[in-house]
Design a protein around this ligand. Structure first.
Ligand SMILES: NC(=O)c1ccc[n+]([C@@H]2O[C@H](COP(=O)([O-])OP(=O)(O)OC[C@H]3O[C@@H](n4cnc5c(N)ncnc54)[C@H](O)[C@@H]3O)[C@@H](O)[C@H]2O)c1
Length: 444
């Protein structure tokens, strides 16, 4: 059964898989379950598997270069699970329809392309790629192979962000002109000082396969278990966290990317050998398009924020503010009166003329109505325990079955990763960059 199924998948990419499966199995839904494999079974990979299983998939194989995580996968998901240190063995299996890629960032491009060329649909964690030069390869491979490819920035499937998108489109805050977003933390785990297992050794870890295309260095477990701290494997706070903010904001506004990118920051506190900053600020220009007005974006990550963990968005509009965190709030304040104060020193005739011209110039400023309106907060909260990752995996699995586009394809993924990675270039090269969001390239 499995062989036939894989064969059908490989040979009939354009046909809806669910229809093919139902044709084979008139009685059941069991065969409609997409069979997945995990490549990279660390913190996020295991969390992705849980979300995917909740969305109705079946896990059949796991690849990781650290034996402890393969053993743990069997403890969690059964001793019959196929496990391997070589992800290519997973890609060669006929019973795998789709793979979740949750390795360190420097492997995303290669494994994604290998997987799609092997006929697998792919859910690849953010950032879609480690380097700007990787992005177009993945986009091209997803088009050429006709595989479903979803990037794992789950906000774009969140009911909270859907609500924010609707509110913005309905003019809830008037015309927005600026977006601020931040992700602050204040503890060791937040700053990526993840645990290093006591059994880490060249016997339990396939060191060369971890390094991949990165420079060859002697075995040093901290580089694997805290890979985010090194530019050889990770993408700094911009690739780790700005990218989520870009994805969420692009989804809400319909924007495809900035035209100018500037970032600055520094390594202020976590001087543990890392070669990336722990404070980063980014400024971005978004020109007007048919989807949104011109606006500026300001992003911030601070791993030494005395106030503790906090993350969110503040959309600033002509008629109010929209906050997004784990929920959405639109706030409106009484507006200041039309010109008063010094106008009262003019003659009545001059006051009338002044106000007439003012109202003509700013017709949306309805002084009396706005002046009288009370402070108001409109609030939307998701159901208790809501998990946007489950919705994001469900969206992926539905596309695997229907062959309809996912919500966060390779182009969307690179339009979020691109400006995030360009922020690193700006920081390390100490210069402002021009970015073309259409072609997804640095232009100067
Ligand atoms: N969407 C989210 O909210 C979210 C959250 C956290 C992490 N992530 C992303 O998920 C990815 C993994 O992050 P993490 O925190 O789980 O890291 P992690 O270090 O906990 O896990 C990575 C795993 O990949 C394994 N690995 C390394 N090289 C490999 C290779 N060549 N083949 C197979 N396995 C390999 C490691 O041994 C490790 O078990 C990153 O790209 C990260 O940006 C996304």
């Amino acid at each position: 059964m499995r062989t036939t199924r894989r064969h059908l998948l490989m040979g009939a990419a354009a046909l809806p898989l669910s229809r093919m499966l139902r044709a084979q199995s008139p009685n059941g839904t069991a065969n409609d379950r997409v069979q997945i494999a995990l490549i990279g079974a660390g913190g996020q990979g295991m969390s992705d598997v849980r979300a995917s299983l909740q969305s109705g998939s079946k896990l059949v194989a796991v690849a990781d270069i650290y034996q402890g995580r393969l053993d743990r996968s069997k403890e969690l998901w059964g001793k019959d699970l196929f496990t391997t240190r070589d992800y290519r063995e997973v890609l060669a299996r006929r019973d795998v329809d789709a793979v979740i890629i949750a390795t360190p960032d420097h492997w995303h491009q290669k494994i994604s392309i290998d997987a799609m060329q092997a006929g697998k649909d792919v859910y690849c964690e953010k950032p879609m790629v480690q380097l700007l030069s990787d992005g177009h390869d993945v986009i091209d491979a997803s088009k050429k192979t006709n595989r479903i490819f979803q990037v794992g920035s789950q906000r774009v499937s969140s009911v909270v962000y859907q609500k924010a998108k609707e509110l913005l489109a309905a003019g809830a805050i008037g015309e927005f002109n600026m977006v601020e977003a931040w992700w602050d933390r204040n503890d060791a785990i937040g700053a990526w000082q993840y645990s290093i297992p006591t059994d880490a050794s060249p016997a339990t870890i396939d060191w060369d396969r971890f390094l991949g295309r990165a420079p060859k260095v002697p075995f040093e477990p901290v580089r694997l278990f805290r890979w985010r701290n090194y530019r050889d494997y990770g993408t700094g706070v911009a690739g780790d966290l700005f990218v989520h903010l870009f994805s969420g904001m692009h989804y809400v506004t319909g924007a495809i990317g900035p035209t100018r990118v500037y970032s600055t920051g520094g390594l202020r506190f976590w001087k543990d050998g890392r070669d990336v900053p722990d404070v980063l600020l980014g400024l971005y220009d978004y020109p007007k398009t048919d989807k949104h007005p011109a606006f500026n974006l300001a992003l911030r990550v601070n791993f030494e924020d005395g106030a503790g963990e906090s993350s969110g968005f503040r959309f600033v509009g002509s008629d109010g503010i929209m906050w997004i965190g784990s929920d959405v709030t639109v706030s409106k304040q009484p507006r200041n009166p039309e010109p008063g104060y010094t106008i009262g020193t003019f003659t009545q005739k001059e006051q009338d003329e002044y106000l007439r011209q003012y109202r003509e110039k700013y017709p949306s400023r309805r002084a009396n109505a706005d002046n009288m309106r009370p402070q108001s907060d409109t609030h939307f909260a998701p159901p208790r325990g809501y998990n946007d990752s489950v919705d994001h995996h469900r969206n992926f699995l539905e596309s695997v079955r229907s062959r309809k586009p996912v919500v966060e394809d390779a182009t969307f993924g690179f339009r979020a990763a691109g400006p995030a990675l360009a922020s690193n270039v700006s920081y390390f090269e100490r210069k402002m960059l021009e970015w073309d969001p259409e072609t997804m390239k640095i232009t100067s």
